[in-house]
Design a protein around this ligand. Structure first.
Ligand SMILES: CC(C)(COP(=O)(O)OP(=O)(O)OC[C@H]1O[C@@H](n2cnc3c(N)ncnc32)[C@H](O)[C@@H]1OP(=O)(O)O)[C@@H](O)C(=O)NCCC(=O)NCCS
Length: 146
């Protein structure tokens, strides 16, 4: 498995990962918009058969990156791909002088919350009815300062 920056030709594969892992069907143009905002913040995980995961983030302020989506295809989980994506993102943040990474996670997604905690994220708050189905989110944050 390797990590590289998203390129426009990855759009269809990323759409499939999003549909399978997050149950969403966003317009393909969304991915180009995110890519254009901060190319180093949109990374894909490539396996033998192509793209099997990705992380999409934006630099929400000059010092803070916000993860918009992270997913690895069900058949390729628990093989460190998600951790590799987050580690690569954090390295790109440090190289860009970003010192904090923030994200939201569904309160019901205990597995993802634990995953992020293992990577050094901590809950900093809650947002009521954050998701379109009315579900609440935990706000999580990780400082990249040594
Ligand atoms: C969250 C998600 C991205 C994690 O991806 P992943 O590729 O499975 O992540 P990793 O393999 O790095 O880590 C997953 C677990 O496998 C374990 N693991 C990693 N490599 C392993 C190995 N070689 N052998 C055994 N276990 C391993 C890790 O310890 C980790 O455990 P933990 O999460 O209980 O702490 C993935 O589960 C996913 O796409 N979920 C659906 C979408 C989602 O919830 N996204 C996040 C919220 S937006």
């Amino acid at each position: 498995m390797l990590i590289r920056e998203f390129v426009p030709g990855d759009t269809a594969a990323v759409c499939k990962v999003v549909e399978r892992s997050l149950g969403e069907n966003y317009a393909p143009s969304l991915y180009m918009t995110v890519h254009n905002l901060w190319p180093q913040g949109f990374l894909v995980l490539e396996g033998e058969d192509g793209v099997i995961g990705f992380v999409a983030s934006v630099a929400s302020t000059p010092k803070v990156a916000r993860v918009l989506m992270l997913a690895v295809d069900p058949g390729h989980r628990n093989m460190s791909g998600g951790s590799m994506l987050m580690d690569a993102l954090c390295s790109n943040c440090i190289a860009t002088d970003i010192d904090t990474v923030v994200l939201e996670v569904r309160k019901s997604n205990a597995k993802a919350k634990l995953f992020y905690e293992r990577l050094g994220f901590a809950v900093t708050g809650e947002i009521e009815r954050f998701y379109t189905n009315g579900e609440d989110a935990y706000k999580m944050s990780r400082s990249l300062l040594a």
